[in-house]
Design a protein. Structure first.
Length: 390
């Protein structure tokens, strides 16, 4: 039965709010009632992970190590409407309303596009009174590379589908990569260095349209922050011939790939992001570990919607859920194996595929691939509560 988009959106918003409230209720139990500290939480995880290393054949380390010299900090990066970024900021404010000492501190917003060019990051920063750091890529490009170029983002695009007829020659791709990753991001890193007082522990990519690299962060700290990104498709689906994920890419273009394959259930993913420092890494886009998976939507009622509409619903249902994991501090219970170990994914028919990758653990459970956190949210939260609080 067809449901008009406005009604579908209201339904999804209602379902989404239930999941987000579950995370906040857990946060209150953890930090407010039980008076846990982030340090105590990770110590409990360390004890368990040390016992699990023999079972899984790898040491497990925290996804976000706690440093003794400063509170845990987060930066939100974006390039566009900043709707998911703003939602995450709002969750920080909500946590501040019930905790005197939040587990993670939001340091600010970073953008590569100005308000005049359609990015709302500055508006969000002003609304919530948080630091704002921005270096407009178009202005920078005109000042340092080519003042006559009408579309610097298109002129420096370096990721293309493997058989795209418009894919440039390797030397041109290398030149574009160098401009974005080595020159521009070095300049952006200098802005961050100048305006922030504390090192960054977590980076949230919330619609940031460039890949991350070490140049952004090497100026002001001895270690690199953990990066995560919301992705509008289900990255548990893998090509059995290449072991590559079937639905990488950007925004509604990635959603269109899922719709083309007529999946019955569509959901988003939260993934860990590796630093892209070499041009040889370009084809590793969206290949990081799955940190969480969304509840998503059964497609029966939504088949007539276009990819952009589906993406909007996934953003509300799943991205907003992902955006609550950092403010509530639950992400501090995530660990990652040092070695690659077997993880179960699936092909397009839903048949299991075993790949070797670095695995994600949440508390005392291995939750990776098709079993990532959120795939059975109520059970996942129950297990985490039993581990941490019983």
């Amino acid at each position: 039965m067809f449901v008009n988009f406005s009604d579908a959106k209201k339904k999804i918003e209602k379902e989404s709010s239930k999941n987000i409230d579950r995370l906040h209720q857990f946060s209150k139990k953890l930090w407010q009632r039980k008076k846990f500290t982030p340090y105590e939480l990770q110590n409990k995880c360390f004890e368990c992970w040390d016992e699990l290393k023999d079972k899984f054949g790898s040491r497990i380390r925290p996804l976000i190590p706690i440093k003794p010299d400063h509170p845990i900090t987060n930066l939100i990066f974006g390039s566009g409407s900043f709707s998911t970024g703003e939602f995450q900021v709002a969750q920080y404010k909500k946590v501040e309303s019930y905790l005197d000492t939040p587990p993670i501190i939001l340091q600010g917003i970073v953008t590569n596009k100005s308000k005049d060019r359609g990015c709302n990051g500055e508006i969000v920063a002003q609304k919530y009174n948080i630091p704002y750091i921005s270096l407009d890529f178009t202005d920078w490009y005109h000042n340092h590379i080519d003042e006559k170029e009408s579309n610097p983002i298109r002129a420096t695009r370096y990721w293309f589908q493997p058989h795209d007829p418009n894919k440039p020659i390797p030397n041109e791709i290398g030149s574009r990569f160098n401009i974005r990753q080595n020159k521009f991001h070095k300049a952006l890193g200098e802005q961050i260095e100048e305006k922030l007082k504390l090192p960054t522990d977590i980076v949230s990519a919330r619609g940031y349209n460039f890949q991350f690299c070490q140049n952004i962060f090497t100026l002001h700290q001895a270690y690199l922050p953990a990066i995560n990104d919301t992705h509008p498709t289900d990255l548990t689906f893998v090509d059995p011939n290449t072991n590559e994920r079937l639905y990488p890419g950007w925004q509604s273009g990635a959603v269109e790939l899922m719709l083309h394959d007529k999946l019955n259930h569509i959901r988003g993913s939260l993934i860990g992001i590796d630093y892209m420092d070499k041009v040889e890494q370009i084809n590793e886009l969206d290949e990081g570990p799955i940190l969480a998976i969304g509840q998503g939507m059964e497609m029966n009622s939504y088949l007539k919607y276009n990819p952009s509409q589906i993406q909007e619903l996934i953003k509300i249902m799943d991205d907003y859920f992902f955006c609550t994991l950092e403010p509530t501090g639950l992400i501090l219970a995530w660990g990652i194996s040092e070695e690659k170990i077997p993880i179960t994914y699936q092909n397009i028919s839903g048949d299991p595929l075993i790949l070797k990758q670095r695995a994600i653990f949440v508390g005392n459970k291995k939750l990776s691939g098709i079993s990532a956190f959120g795939s059975n949210l109520i059970q996942n939260l129950y297990d985490l509560e039993q581990f941490l609080l019983s």
